[in-house]
Design a protein around this ligand. Structure first.
Ligand code: SF4
Length: 342
């Protein structure tokens, strides 16, 4: 069982101390006895401990930076939402395929932003532009925010903020089961709480440092009992020897665990494994022993939004994935919706 994250080292931007959340976090970590250092900017943590890149990478993943979010222009977040809402960046998990390894480059430490009222104000502006249409905000584009939220409660505030909002909806996804503090948040049904799930083989070999499948499913049941709209993202769907048996077992476990009320407004999203050439280089550097299959010649290229080719499965394999996994979703959860396959 993965324990809730405890950072080994904290950095604080001086300006973060002008916010009550910044002050309360610093005092919390002082009481926990965690070393606290100052940094001029959350973008410039240069003296992380470690003798080489490998050690520095691992130390960074247990370092938390308390900072200010300066850029309040939100990225779009298709296909799951209209905008990405930035409460945190980085993750303590060690999933070999994680795209954050490439997008965060030399800054793999975890950042939490304390100017959340300013972030809410910016969200309000985006909502007004689209009103009376709803605007969906995705809170997990740059982090697994649930993994750090037992310490910060930023997500909990956001859930309650969107609970009161007229046109805003919140969604996020997690591979962590540490959800208890979120169960009494006044969400008013405006937050979709999703779990990223996968079969046991993939979790075992490629997702170190995250909660196991049974823990995620147990947490999902608690979340459904708390009245949240629930969803599952199967990602990355990865083809390995025995993948069909593995995914069937995953759906059987889910079917055994989910009570009827959790299935009414249930969504599934399906994302196949993909990688880019730069991602492959970073993965092989950070996880040199990985068994992740990254052979370009076995894949099909697809033009990506970042102006670079990504390698996805061949058409026929994609059809097989859609038919096989989509079929089980329809069989086991006939009242659910498959939002997309990509
Ligand atoms: Fe990346 Fe999600 Fe794994 Fe964290 S839990 S390392 S964000 S894939």
């Amino acid at each position: 069982m993965v324990k809730p994250f405890v950072p080994q080292l904290i950095y604080v931007e001086p300006k973060a101390m002008e916010y009550s959340l910044g002050q309360s976090l610093v005092s919390k970590f002082e009481n926990m006895g965690v070393e606290i250092r100052e940094t001029t900017s959350h973008n410039q943590i240069r003296n992380l401990p470690g003798d080489n890149d490998f050690q520095k990478y691992r130390n960074a993943k247990s370092t938390l930076v308390i900072g200010i979010r300066k850029t309040l222009k939100f990225d779009t977040s298709k296909p799951s939402a209209e905008y990405a809402i930035p409460f945190a960046t980085g993750c303590m998990g060690h999933c070999h395929y994680c795209y954050l390894q490439t997008t965060m480059g030399s800054k793999p430490y975890i950042r939490t932003y304390v100017n959340i009222d300013e972030i809410f104000d910016a969200a309000e502006g985006y909502m007004q532009e689209r009103a009376p249409l709803d605007t969906r905000f995705e809170a997990s584009c740059t982090s697994d925010i649930v993994g750090v939220d037992h310490l910060t409660h930023t997500l909990k505030h956001a859930i309650e903020y969107f609970g009161k909002s007229e046109y805003g909806k919140l969604r996020f996804v997690t591979k962590f089961a540490h959800v208890d503090h979120l169960l009494d948040a006044d969400h008013k049904g405006r937050t979709r709480f999703r779990f990223s799930i996968n079969n046991n083989h993939i979790i075992k070999y490629f997702e170190p440092g995250t909660s196991r499948l049974n823990e995620r499913i147990e947490a999902a049941v608690k979340v459904a009992e708390a009245g949240y709209p629930l969803g599952f993202i199967i990602a990355p769907i990865y083809l390995h020897d025995g993948w069909k048996e593995g995914y069937k077992e995953m759906f059987e476990k889910l079917d055994d665990a989910l009570p009827p009320f959790a299935r009414k407004n249930l969504t599934f999203e399906m994302i196949q494994h993909r990688f880019t050439k730069p991602a492959k280089r970073v993965i092989e550097k950070n996880y040199p022993m990985t068994k992740l299959e990254l052979d370009e010649s076995k894949r099909k290229t697809k033009w990506g939004r970042y102006g670079i080719y990504k390698y996805v499965y061949q058409d026929q394999e994609q059809q097989d994935i859609k038919k096989t996994l989509g079929g089980w979703i329809n069989d086991y959860f006939p009242t659910s919706t498959i939002e997309y396959f990509t």
